[in-house]
Ligand binder design. Structure first.
Ligand code: FAD
Ligand code: SIN
Length: 549
């Protein structure tokens, strides 16, 4: 058994930020399922939204976030995160993060941060490192972590399940005691014990056939927390990014919204701009509107993609501002300075997740959740672009402060009711039982795992994506239940593999998305159901909360 003061699951912006904050106070294990940099964070392009310019204000950033969130954001949470953003950005710069800059008047120091613009933002407020912001964040945070002797990183280790007092029949509420972790290299399962565990496992894009997310995004954190008895909310709000590169060889390459922020325009295959028919902000309308508009245009015309055209901008500007997008498209034979980019919507971001307050506390004592895995109430029914990196930074800091203070949960606002966290530490005689798993090993049968993976991802894409109906949701629910039965049998009989663990998790997350979608009898933000095409005012501020009984 490995014993630490803090167990951090995930090495994206949320996990690393938290680890760096608590490391001066104790030993930290960071468990991460692939290479340490492999995360959604690493692929973030557009940047981090924060109020840093004189032209901008907290009030405007709050208003834009609430508008995008379509009536479901928790305003106190939005305010806290927006107002604490600039201080966290300053810390990130202090740690070594290099944001892009531009020339400024001499009286302002000659240089200033370059601010990008994205959909739904009324001002330029996106701090970025050209179009590779996430890669630069990971570099800076991992560098800082490597200088911290108290931090140990376990790569290629995948957390299987949280260890909770309730699971072992201990009374006095539910408390997280650590996690069982599969070591992909040795094939063994290890017990990581810690009084504080933080879920920073990111989102679940891989639940869908087409996604901008890398392979790590299988919703493990939400699935583990749900199995452990934590509340999970608002899973119906899956954000589809409007512009993923459409190319047979490109697995999941995003074309940043910043391209539209710098003047890129969406066009149908015959070269006609179509967004004026859908929203006054045209190509820079909130993401839910743009993704639905593209979906509708593609369905109307039978086209397999639409165009994103930025060729009217000077080539030098495009290459300088979007070097990664330019080079990647060029590798696929598309020169974006001369020709439009073929794009389609793809699953991108999980707005719901494990219910927390703004300090990252869940309703299981000792368990925190920060970043994309969490549902704080910031995003509501539709996340405002570039607010997720901001949320991860602010909430990781607040969670670290909370842990340090060691005070019981207070009323912090959001979805988690005050005082929801409970659960005493077991006494010293309690020993965490070792992991038990099946031992059957039949490689021929592994085809079932890959088949079920594909089936879930395809059925989620066909029945539970941008436009939904009750009938499609019910059909998906039935199919997922059948698949879960099969997975369950596999899970208990066979030795653990990472594919099987991820399959079990995407099946759970798919189930939760469908159940939340069926619970909401209206269309709001990212959840669009043809059977209830309008928003129902009674459902504004009502979250769809699920908890395992
Ligand atoms: P992640 O960065 O995804 O990190 C999750 C970590 O958990 C990874 O290290 C992973 O390996 C690990 N992990 C997962 N499961 C397990 C397990 N079972 N055991 C052990 N480890 C596990 N947001 C913005 O605000 N601005 C942007 O410009 C932006 N651009 C984006 C571009 C792309 C292509 C994508 C995919 C997302 C983008 N987003 C952007 C969203 C943003 O990147 C993510 O929401 C954010 O990075 C999530 O950070 P995180 O730390 O919560 O999770
Ligand atoms: C992008 O660069 O378009 C992604 C921004 C985000 O998801 O917030």
């Amino acid at each position: 058994m490995k014993q630490f003061d803090y167990l951090v699951l995930g090495s994206g912006i949320a996990g690393l930020s938290f680890a760096l904050k608590v490391a001066p106070r104790g030993r930290v294990a960071i468990v991460t399922k692939k290479d340490r940099a492999e995360s959604n964070t690493n692929y973030a392009q557009g940047g981090i939204a924060a109020v840093t310019s004189k032209e901008d204000s907290f009030e405007l950033h709050v208003r834009d976030t609430l508008t995008a969130g379509a009536g479901l954001c928790k305003e106190n949470v939005v305010r806290t995160i927006v107002e604490e953003g600039p201080a966290r950005i300053a810390e990130l710069i202090e740690l070594g993060m290099k944001f892009s800059e531009r020339d400024a008047p001499a009286e302002d120091g000659g240089r200033e941060l370059d601010l990008g613009r994205e959909g739904g933002h009324s001002k330029r407020r996106i701090l970025h490192a050209k179009d590779v912001t996430g890669r630069e964040i990971e570099r800076a945070l991992l560098n800082a972590a490597s200088r911290q002797p108290n931090i140990e990183i376990f790569e290629n280790h995948i957390a299987i399940d949280l260890i909770t007092s309730q699971k072992f029949g201990l009374k006095d509420g539910n408390r997280c005691l650590g996690a069982y972790v599969f070591d992909k290299k040795s094939g063994g399962v290890e017990t990581f014990a810690a009084p504080v565990t933080i879920l920073a496992t990111g989102g679940c894009g891989k639940v869908y056939l087409y996604t901008t997310n890398p392979d790590i995004a299988t919703g493990d954190g939400v699935a583990m927390a749900y199995r452990a008895g934590a509340s999970v909310a608002d899973m119906e709000f899956v954000q589809f990014h409007p512009t993923c590169l459409y190319h047979p060889q490109a697995k999941s390459f995003l074309i940043s919204e910043a391209v539209r922020g710098e003047g890129g325009v969406l066009k149908s295959l015959d070269g006609v701009e179509f967004m004026d028919a859908y929203h006054p902000l045209k190509s820079l309308a909130p993401r839910d509107v743009v993704a639905r508009a593209i979906d509708s245009e593609m369905k109307k015309s039978g086209a397999e993609h639409v165009w994103l055209d930025i060729t009217h901008k000077p080539a030098r500007f495009i290459i300088e501002r979007f070097p990664n997008i330019y080079q990647t498209c060029l590798r696929y034979g598309i020169d974006i300075t001369k020709e439009p980019i073929p794009v389609v919507p793809a699953a991108h971001y999980q707005c719901g997740g494990v219910v927390t307050n703004v300090d990252g506390e869940t309703d299981i004592a000792g368990l925190y959740a920060v970043g994309e895995v969490a549902c704080t109430g910031l995003h509501g029914a539709n996340r405002l672009a570039s607010n997720s990196l901001l949320e991860a930074l602010v909430c990781a800091h607040r969670a670290a402060e909370k842990v340090a203070a060691g005070v019981p949960p207070a009323v912090a606002g959001g979805i988690l009711p005050p005082g929801a966290t409970s659960g005493k530490m077991p006494d010293a005689t309690f020993k965490i039982p070792l992991w038990q798993s099946g031992d059957a090993h039949n490689p021929d049968e592994m085809v079932v795992v890959s088949h079920n993976w594909d089936e879930i991802r395809r059925l989620m894409w066909d029945y539970v994506s941008i436009v939904r109906t009750n009938k499609r949701l019910a059909r998906a629910q039935k199919r997922i239940a059948n698949l879960q039965e099969e997975i369950h049998e596999y899970y208990w009989n066979f030795i653990v593999t990472s594919d099987l663990l991820e399959l079990r998790n995407i099946a759970t997350v798919a189930e939760l998305i469908v159940r939340c979608a069926l619970m909401r009898p209206e269309s709001r933000g990212l959840h669009y159901n043809l059977d209830y095409p309008e928003a129902n005012p009674e459902w504004a501020q009502r979250d769809t909360v699920l908890r395992k009984s």
